[in-house]
Design a protein around this ligand. Structure first.
Ligand SMILES: [Cu+2]
Length: 153
């Protein structure tokens, strides 16, 4: 075989090996968790567990769990299932922009779209305090759309 091709094949195999190794490390670190994919649903339909209503506002996140409203923080119970319904303020409020809620610790990222309810069902399996933030640029104070939530026993 031509020396040129040999080097190229070694190069391709080495890059693939590095990619698969980093994929393996990633699966190991994240524990190969699988999460439900966000789907369009109306609150009340097919919402296993406790309902969390999350609304993106310019520029904060408001949450409602069992009738209790909070801003930029909330508290969950470990090993309990929650369905989070994520939306943004509707058209006509002057704040109908798209946000994107990221909870890195639990592998959750869901768009908050005006007039649309995106849901995700998850069960926190560890206690502690975790960050969430908006990862869709949504205006001047986008960077302020972050907070912490606590998972308790
Ligand atoms: Cu935002």
């Amino acid at each position: 075989m031509n020396q040129k091709y040999k080097i190229e094949i070694i190069w391709i195999v080495a890059v693939l090996a590095i990619l698969f190794a980093s994929m393996g490390i990633n699966f190991y670190v994240t524990g190969m968790k699988s999460f439900s994919v966000a789907t369009k649903e109306t609150p009340g339909e097919k919402t296993p567990g406790t309902l969390i209503q999350a609304t993106g506002v310019q520029w904060s996140w408001s949450f409602e769990i069992n009738g209790v409203k909070t801003v930029d923080n909330f508290t969950l119970t470990v090993n309990q299932t929650y369905t989070m319904v994520i939306t943004s303020l509707p058209v006509g409020t002057g704040q109908a922009v798209i946000h994107d809620l990221l909870i890195p610790e639990f592998g959750i990222q869901v768009y908050a779209v005006p007039g649309q309810n995106n849901t995700i069902t998850f069960t926190p399996d560890k206690t502690g305090t975790f960050i969430f933030e908006c990862v869709e640029y949504c205006g001047y104070d986008h960077y302020k759309m972050r907070g912490y939530f606590t998972v308790v026993k």
